[in-house]
Ligand binder design. Structure first.
Ligand code: BGC
Ligand code: MG
Length: 557
């Protein structure tokens, strides 16, 4: 594991979505004791930390991202004592623990909002974003909610509208109000005192908006078609990403700085300029430690996408520290989303390629539960759907439940061993064969590949904190060199389903790394040979540090 106060630099974080990880009491919903019971799986993978999505008291309209009490564990998930035990057991296994800090909004059931909505002279009156109606009674401006409809809802008791970027039951906190910001920081401090190692900061682009509440300009659709999600029809100039976020991030950083060795990981939206915001928010020592964006996940998976990814990962002047993820609880699982063989099932070799690519990028990495098993996106019927985002946009957009189905632990067990009851979302039939116990026993399974690659990464500082130089290779190849204190690692990826080869893009010898055996790549003399979706990971033996950018020559095998 990575030692020292900056352990987070280049660390791999395993993301747990508690509802779907492991259910200990048969109610069909995963819980904290369930996570504790399965910590060995996470530790054996060889990751550095666990990020646990919200398990706080919540009415569950947005499945925990609508918090009614930040300091309490929702009874569905267990108790505070269960959390302390989880933390103790994780630390005993050398795993750091990050919690989700949702500072942008609460549930409408939160006592803060209950008091704020009741009276204009309550102490919490300005903790949320209140505004008078327009003269004609319509909302104060044209801002839209991500989940559909206006971003404003009417509160008769105050005769004012309140702002919500997601559900109307998720009122936005007004962090420009010092007392509201203090309250959020106090939540962070509560968990830091309990011993957590940092936070994933939810949806930080929504932490600050234009104080004058100016309306957003329209953004006409490029193809002239009205999109399924109306949020795409605006240029989000004023409702989010306001520059006044910087002092808020400084306060959060100052808090974690008082707890040495803790870290912050911001979630940046995929709106234009996402990579620049990742850099800006994580540069220097005063704001966040790291940030990730779902921006690279929005496009398809082709040569251009991967090249962009490598370029962004290389960093401009190495400012800031990115974190990368290909899958999480908000998006379609990567092996399905990017599957080049669609609609056929993804090629197992493709999942290995994605694992090797993700672990070769410069930055830290988030690995989403089930990604290590190659879980595919679940196909759910409207009756099975629970995500309000999907319910409001069905069938054009089916929401996020397809990546939130339960973890399969035992292939032969009912519900794949996730629960002894009825799971809150179904376990897809095809996921039984991908269960942990099956892959434990199977030589060369994706689970074993992930373990090997994580071991490889830990053993090579160049992969953890080295610089990254993208190689200029012709289709269907992509490649990079990581460099740290004289250690240089070459990674080559065949993005296609056909074999390919290339003359090694640099002089001198290259030694295949043994952990990368079985990934469909090998080196013969000065040529790299790559099977379909094959990967070469090699250590460069030359002391010559120049990488000729246009030296590559492709020979179709
Ligand atoms: C979380 C989502 C959630 C939203 C609103 C995020 O970005 O990852 O799951 O719905 O914030 O809290
Ligand atoms: Mg349970």
């Amino acid at each position: 594991m990575v030692a020292g106060a900056d352990w987070w630099r280049g660390a791999v974080l395993y993301q747990v979505y508690p509802r779907s990880f492991a259910d200990s009491n048969g109610d069909g919903v995963g819980d904290l004791p369930g996570i504790t019971a399965r910590l060995d799986h996470i530790a054996r993978l060889g990751v550095d930390a666990v990020w646990i999505c919200p398990f706080y008291a919540s009415p569950g309209r947005d499945f925990g991202y609508d918090i009614a009490d930040h300091l309490a564990v929702d009874p569905q998930f267990g108790t505070l004592a269960d959390f302390d035990e989880l933390l103790r057991q994780a630390h005993a296994r050398g795993l750091k623990v990050l919690l989700d800090l949702v500072g942008g909004h609460t549930s409408d059931q939160h006592p803060w909002f209950q008091r704020s909505r009741a009276r204009r002279d309550a102490p919490e009156a300005d903790w949320y974003v209140w505004a008078d109606p327009s003269p004609d009674g319509t909302p104060p401006n044209n801002w839209l909610s991500v989940f559909g409809g206006a971003a404003w809802s009417w509160e008769p008791r105050r005769r004012q509208y309140y702002l919500h970027h997601f559900l109307s039951s998720q009122p936005a906190l007004n962090l420009a109000n010092p007392a509201a910001l203090e309250a959020v920081l106090a939540v962070g401090e509560f968990w830091l005192r309990r011993g957590v190692d940092g936070f994933r900061l939810d949806a930080i682009d929504f932490l600050a908006h234009d104080p004058a509440l100016r309306g957003n300009p329209a953004r006409p659709p490029a193809d002239g078609q009205v999109p399924a999600k109306l949020f795409g029809l605006q240029e989000h100039r004023h409702d989010m990403m306001d520059a006044s976020i910087m002092p808020i991030l400084r306060r959060i950083r100052a808090l974690t700085d008082r707890y040495p060795g803790t870290t912050t990981l911001g979630e940046v939206s995929s709106q234009d300029g996402a990579f620049a915001r990742v850099r800006r928010y994580s540069a220097g020592e005063d704001h966040l430690h790291m940030a990730y964006t779902l921006r690279p996940l929005r496009g398809g998976f082709d040569h251009a996408t991967v090249r962009d990814l490598l370029r962004e990962s290389a960093g401009e002047g190495e400012e800031g520290w990115p974190c990368w993820s290909f899958s999480n609880h908000d998006v379609e699982r990567a092996v399905s989303r990017w599957n080049p063989d669609r609609p056929a099932a993804p090629d197992p070799r493709f999942a290995r390629l994605l694992a090797a690519l993700l672990l070769s990028l410069r930055g830290s990495v988030c690995l989403y539960q089930g990604e290590e098993l190659g879980l595919t996106e679940a196909e759910l019927t409207l009756e099975q759907l629970r995500d309000p985002f999907g319910l409001s946009y069905w069938p054009e957009f089916r929401g996020r439940d397809g990546s939130r189905t339960p973890m399969p632990w035992r292939a032969a067990a009912p519900q794949a061993g996730f629960t002894t009851g009825q799971p809150w979302l179904p376990v897809p039939a095809g996921h039984h064969a991908l269960a942990v116990d099956r892959q434990e026993a199977e030589e060369g399974s994706l689970l074993q590949v992930w373990r090997r690659l994580l071991r490889l990464r830990r053993a090579h500082p160049a992969l953890v904190r080295g610089s990254l130089r993208p190689l200029d290779l012709p289709r269907p190849l992509a490649g990079l060199v990581r460099d740290y204190a004289g250690q240089r690692i070459l990674a080559l990826f065949n993005l296609s389903g056909e074999a390919a080869s290339t003359v090694l893009p640099m002089p001198g010898g290259a030694r295949m790394l043994p952990e990368a055996a079985g990934l469909g790549g090998r080196i013969q003399g000065d040529t790299a040979l790559l099977a379909p979706f094959g990967v070469v990971l090699a250590e460069l033996e030359t002391s010559d540090r120049t990488v000729p950018r246009r030296a590559a020559r492709l020979i179709r095998a």
